[in-house]
Design a protein around this ligand. Structure first.
Ligand code: DER
Length: 257
């Protein structure tokens, strides 16, 4: 109950603070928190959203937009050189620098495409998601979208990089075999020890550049994961502290808890 109330509070506050009436293009993420974002937008009334189109990040997001009676548009139709005004999405974990783990709902690839197409990316998350370092509370691992035929190769690479028991995400009851994403891919969840931030290198004396002991910083791990052959996209989004972005993810503007 408390969690749902926190999600709803965060969502209504985020829409109030970051959905300007002049906006026309709005990205909508996936998961259970973003349900309240759509609810808050719909609650503004048809006049407020009459000039807005909403871009989904997968099947669930598309259904949310349609069920709320909001106008649907697809990122594949976004004119070259144009951007969304804002994108709202949830997260599985948020660290001190607003870096995110995303992909708990297996929608990370389209989520990152929409997030990086927006001028402003707003992460909406309840209090459970905030933790000092990524991997502290979200123990399931970093979600990685992979080409099914490359899955075993990717698992080998992840184990060599120090991931503890990476595995292909199994289907839910009623679906034998692996989960298949909206893009026909599989998800591998790759647990690592909590990911370090630039401010950790002086304190712990660990040189962030060398990760052969399985201890990684957010940016170094992201740069390495995205290059593994067979990896389509990774569930690491970057925060506000100027980390170099390997996959072009937008810097979250704010996280609401
Ligand atoms: O899969 C995703 O990336 C979702 O946005 C997820 O990270 C948040 O889902 P939740 O709002 O249901 O916790």
């Amino acid at each position: 109950k408390l969690v749902e109330a926190s999600k709803r509070l965060a969502a209504y506050q985020a829409v109030k603070d970051h959905l300007d009436p002049s906006y026309t293009r709005v990205g909508i993420g996936s998961g259970s928190t973003v349900v309240y974002v759509v609810e808050a937008i719909a609650a503004l009334g048809p006049a407020a959203t009459a000039d807005m189109v909403f871009y989904p990040t997968g099947a669930q997001s598309e259904e949310l937009i349609e069920a709320a009676g909001l106008r649907l548009q697809y990122i594949s139709k976004l004119t070259a050189g144009h951007q969304l005004d804002v994108a709202f999405d949830g997260a599985d974990e948020v660290d001190d620098d607003l870096n995110l783990i995303k992909g708990g709902g297996a929608c990370l690839w389209q989520e990152k495409i929409v997030a990086t197409a927006a001028k402003k990316f707003v992460c909406v998350a309840d209090f459970r998601k905030l933790s000092p370092r990524l991997g502290t509370s979200w123990k399931k691992g970093i979600p990685i979208e992979v080409l099914p035929m490359a899955a075993l190769r990717v698992l080998d690479d992840l184990k060599r990089m120090g991931s503890h028991n990476p595995r292909v995400r199994p289907g839910l009851p009623g679906k034998a075999g692996a989960i298949v994403t909206d893009n026909g891919m599989w998800i591998i969840d790759a647990p690592f020890t909590p990911l370090l931030l630039p401010k950790d290198s002086d304190k712990s004396g660990i040189q962030l550049g060398n990760e052969d002991n399985g201890v990684w910083s957010v940016d170094a791990l992201a740069d390495r994961l995205i290059k593994i052959p067979g990896v389509a996209e990774i569930g690491l989004f970057y925060g506000k502290n100027g980390l170099q972005v390997a996959s072009g993810a937008q810097k979250p503007v704010a996280a609401y808890f």
